[in-house]
Design a protein around this ligand. Structure first.
Ligand code: NAD
Length: 451
């Protein structure tokens, strides 16, 4: 008997004979299925959300295992020279969740507590986000464990360039296309683009999105996520028969996503009654003058001290009276500790993973609807996709074209989610995930298993 035949004979129900391997259906859905290095509350949360949607779809075991576990990942420890001559070792990650949909796409996060599990959760959410938006990408996420606020521009450049070099075997314009995330911006994307291009010997603008416009970045990328959040609010309002100028909003986080969302809501006549940043919140029940708040932040960096508003704690602002709460700061902000005290009627998630599964259940019991992250904040990756297309074509679109295409694509994703929610009788998050998972699992099934 050949050794192949022996292996084949041992397959059914013999997982214990293959330590570390997992047969179809052995992945655990109540927690992280992989080794210790993957564990994080965020990845456990992404796994639980996936399990709920997979149950609704009665997804077969083989596909559950294949779609739950990240397909490919890289971890690297590399040295970088600091301005004072000292050499510090940094850890970088890149997780590519599924390769079934085409190249992978997702941001680079530079943060002091970054880990494998966090990257895995964010990569998985990127897969569902891209699928829901109808983009030809699987999800990815990566970054470097470092504190960007404690590094000079020169140190950031050396870390970014070395990290890019470490990623060369698994990134490329048709392989994996990074973009900015927390702690990185168009400056780092310019360095990434240049380092990659130096390594292959010619310019490859499609290797990264979120580039400066002068380097082939697209007009409208900076505002895309916040604007997309507002497009989602407009879709929900149209369905609910609510009027934006008669409604009040609380926006948590006043960075890229939150400040643009607040600005666009104010510009449409909405009453933004509170906004916050890492230091705390400011509130005015008559509505904040958002253009004045933006000027204040330009000058003072933080919201604190803004006149014509009351200071409020970051926790209390989430519980203020309003029609719509837009969490646009960080993950795990609406939890079982505060979900029963929220006074909003609708939550529209600008941030990734701001609501825990336990809080989801409480909000659902209280009749508070949620427009989930993979739908509400997909504007960024949709416009990133537009940038990638333009970089490939060496052709630039006008601002109006970018905005109208974004509006159309987000609208059809919203309709798809609401259609699935009604058809399956589930909440919006489960419907969004179910719709996205259906598409990805169909692709994975059609591509089958190699060899
Ligand atoms: P950012 O760094 O530009 O802004 C974050 C803001 O949140 C800052 O104002 C910061 O002070 C504030 N903040 C941080 N911790 C806070 C806390 N505990 N309470 C209140 N405020 C706090 O980041 P961003 O790009 O606006 O991203 C915000 C969220 O949106 C993240 O979850 C990110 O993953 C998600 N997101 C961003 C994009 C994008 O295109 N930028 C796309 C999709 C999702």
């Amino acid at each position: 008997m050949s050794s192949t035949a022996l292996e084949d004979d041992s397959v059914p129900g013999q997982a214990a004979a293959r330590p570390g391997g997992r047969t179809a259906g052995e992945a655990r859905f109540d927690d992280v299925p992989l080794g210790e290095e993957w564990h994080s509350p965020l990845y456990a949360m992404a796994c639980r959300q996936f399990a709920r949607a997979a149950d609704v779809l009665a997804l077969e075991d083989e596909l559950r295992t294949r779609l739950l576990e990240p397909r490919r990942s890289l971890v690297c420890n590399f040295p970088a020279r600091m301005d004072n001559g000292e050499v510090i070792n940094y850890t970088g990650y890149r997780v590519q969740h599924t390769l079934a949909m085409g190249p992978t796409k997702g941001g680079l996060r530079f943060a002091p507590d970054l880990g494998f599990g966090e990257c895995a959760a964010l990569a998985m959410w990127m897969t569902w986000k891209c699928s829901l938006a109808g983009l030809p990408f699987g999800g990815a996420k990566g970054g470097v464990r470092c504190d960007p606020h404690a590094l000079s521009a020169g140190e950031m450049e050396r870390i970014t360039r070395r990290y890019t070099a470490e990623l060369l075997p698994i990134v490329g314009p048709d392989m994996d296309i990074p973009a900015p995330d927390m702690g990185t911006s168009e400056r780092e994307m310019a360095w990434f683009y240049d380092t990659y291009s130096q390594s292959v010997g010619y310019s490859v603008p499609a290797v990264v999105t979120g580039k400066p416009v002068a380097l082939g970045g697209t007009i409208g990328r900076h505002d895309a996520t916040g604007l997309g959040v507002v497009f989602s609010i407009e879709s929900a309002f149209e369905e609910l028969g609510w009027s934006l100028p008669e409604s009040s909003f609380v926006v948590q986080g006043f960075g890229n996503v939150g400040s643009v969302a607040a600005r666009e809501l104010h510009a449409r006549g909405g009453k933004v009654v509170a906004v916050s940043d890492i230091r705390g919140a400011i509130a005015n029940p008559h509505g904040l003058d958002i253009p004045a708040v933006l000027r204040w932040v330009d000058e003072h960096y933080y919201l604190e001290g803004f006149p014509d508003a009351e200071p409020v704690s970051g926790e209390a602002m989430l519980e203020l009276d309003c029609d719509v709460l837009v969490p646009a700061a960080r993950e795990e902000q609406i939890t079982e500790r505060n979900a029963d005290r929220l006074k909003c009627k609708l939550v529209v998630e600008g941030a990734n993973g701001p609501t825990t599964p336990a809080a989801d259940r409480i909000l659902s019991d209280r009749g508070i609807s949620v427009v989930p992250d993979i739908l509400a904040n997909s504007g960024g990756v949709i416009v990133s996709y537009f940038e990638w297309v333009q970089s490939h074509q060496k052709y630039s679109w006008q601002a109006l074209e970018v905005q109208e295409r974004l509006r159309t694509q987000m609208r059809s994703a919203y309709d798809r989610v609401r259609g699935a929610a009604v058809e399956l009788g589930v909440d919006n998050r489960t419907a969004a995930l179910a719709s996205a998972i259906t598409h990805v699992s169909e692709a994975a099934k059609l591509r089958a298993i190699y060899p």
